[in-house]
Design a binder for this molecule. Structure first.
Ligand SMILES: *[C@@H]1O[C@H](CO)[C@@H](O)[C@H](O)[C@H]1NC(C)=O
Length: 208
């Protein structure tokens, strides 16, 4: 009996010692595949678990007439290690979040204002396209190309949730036209014509 009680107390103590409730990211540490190192628990406050950065509209005065405001581990260290994060999308009339992928996460999008037309393309190249109204949600499976377009005449807002604290974001046109990969190689590897490639490199800041 006594030994049972001793064993149970040992179990409770050892659990207390090993269970980690959270790992608020220490943004000064390097970010590896498992995220940032943990900030010392003694230094953690309630402020680490809240973030006000999504309360304001992003600036949509840009080429895409859209803005993505992330609340990933880098901006919101409280989600570090928890396998979740979020972001805010703002789309002015005519705006688009261009074709992109999140290599590290599934995504759920919730429309909170306006109307958004969105689609993803499966690895079998099938298109799954929906027009979403306020309150509608849509899921985008990990790694698949997708986009969001403002489908109403008014500003649209959506919040997105990711299944990673660091989902990543790669925009297709930036990958193709915003770097120094030579036009001839972009043409060879995409079948696009060089005039179009040079035009988009000019617009997106690419060279060569
Ligand atoms: C939005 O971005 C544009 C272009 O960079 C800039 O001119 C403008 O001042 C910004 N607006 C706000 C409210 O920051």
């Amino acid at each position: 009996m006594l030994s049972n009680i001793l064993f149970l107390s040992f179990l409770v103590l050892s659990c207390n010692a090993t269970i980690q409730d959270f790992c608020v990211g220490d943004l000064k540490s390097p970010q590896g595949p498992a995220g940032f190192s943990c900030k010392k628990v003694a230094d953690v406050t309630a402020d680490d678990f809240a973030f006000s950065g999504l309360s304001k509209a992003g600036n949509t005065t840009n080429i895409i007439k859209g803005a993505v405001t992330p609340a990933f581990a880098s901006q919101f260290p409280g989600v570090n290690g928890l396998g979740i994060s979020s972001a805010r999308l703002d789309l002015a009339p005519g705006g688009v979040i261009p074709m992109h992928t999140h290599p590290g996460a599934n995504e759920v999008l919730i429309v909170t204002q306006g109307r958004i037309q969105a689609a993803f393309i499966s690895s079998a190249n099938a298109v799954y396209k929906k027009t979403l109204n306020k309150g509608d949600i849509m899921v985008f499976p990990q790694g698949l190309l997708h986009y969001q377009i403002n489908a109403g005449g008014v500003p649209a807002v959506a919040f997105v949730m990711f299944s990673s604290s660091d989902p990543g974001l790669q925009i297709l046109d930036f990958a193709l036209f915003a770097n120094d990969l030579p036009t001839i190689l972009v043409a060879k590897s995409t079948f696009l014509d060089t005039a179009q490639i040079k035009k988009l490199k000019g617009v997106l800041g690419g060279t060569n």
